[in-house]
Design a protein around this ligand. Structure first.
Ligand code: SF4
Ligand code: SF4
Length: 237
């Protein structure tokens, strides 16, 4: 764990971590991570230097219903968890701002207009989660939590509050596993092991994934969820 000096503000930095953890967990977060974002280009982190990652574990009961296609229940659950993450992130943001730190909460599920990647969001939640040391990126390009595997959803708050940050993950722990590669009905997962800084399109074809979901699962949440690479992964099963 890195340490840094707390300038000007009355709360010691470890109190910030504990206040945020207590608040997040009281509201339903499974785990909270803290990251140093200053290693990223400034425009990719909206000039903020710290990230707070909110993890919510998805329901095993609901995921276990998924066989060869997503279910309506999974789609509803996915949306409910996203709403809960957004609520938790908002409450943490308000607590940080009450301490004098303007912050930004990135919605759990949000796409922005990016001519280079129409499937990306305003800030990549996975980036904050990896820099927090909570897990790695799987061959599936999903964030793989060290305990819950891909069975999580993630939210992020960008801030300059003086929090203690975790040690970034530097390597994949997928090993020789290729389960998600063969489970993907769109053949969208290339099968490469993730390394830090690797572009997402070297891991999987986001367009092929999106097209498959739209065509095959349009009747379930208008084709925005699949979940087959999540339920196939042995981590967190
Ligand atoms: S969500 Fe479905 S289509 Fe997309 S990569 Fe995973 S298994 Fe393949
Ligand atoms: S299924 Fe195997 S290869 Fe794919 S993300 Fe999970 S551990 Fe990694």
């Amino acid at each position: 764990m890195k340490k840094e000096v707390n300038h000007n503000h009355s709360l010691p930095q470890n109190n910030f971590n504990q206040i945020i953890i207590n608040l997040g967990q009281a509201l339903g977060a499974t785990e909270i991570g803290f990251s140093d974002l200053s290693v990223l280009p400034a425009q990719k982190r909206m000039d903020f230097t710290r990230g707070i990652t909110v993890i919510i574990k998805l329901s095993d009961g609901i995921l276990n219903q998924i066989g060869t296609a997503p279910t309506q229940t999974y789609f509803s659950h996915y949306r409910s968890v996203n709403r809960l993450i957004d609520d938790i992130c908002l409450r943490i943001l308000l607590a940080l701002e009450a301490q004098g730190y303007p912050s930004v909460a990135i919605p759990a599920s949000q796409s922005v207009v990016d001519p280079e990647d129409q499937f990306t969001g305003a800030f990549q939640h996975k980036t904050g989660a990896i820099l927090s040391g909570l897990g790695w990126i799987g061959r599936s390009a999903l964030f793989i939590h060290q305990r819950y595997g891909p069975r999580v959803r993630i939210g992020t708050i960008l801030t300059n509050a003086p929090i203690i940050v975790g040690e970034p993950t530097t390597e994949s722990a997928c090993g020789s596993c290729l389960t998600c590669v063969s489970a993907c009905p769109a053949m969208a997962i290339e099968g490469h092991l993730w390394k830090p800084g690797m572009p997402r399109n070297e891991l999987y074809d986001a367009y092929a994934c999106s097209q498959h979901m739209k065509e095959a699962y349009h009747h379930i949440g208008r084709g925005v969820v699949c979940g087959l690479c999540i339920v196939a992964c042995p981590i967190g099963k």
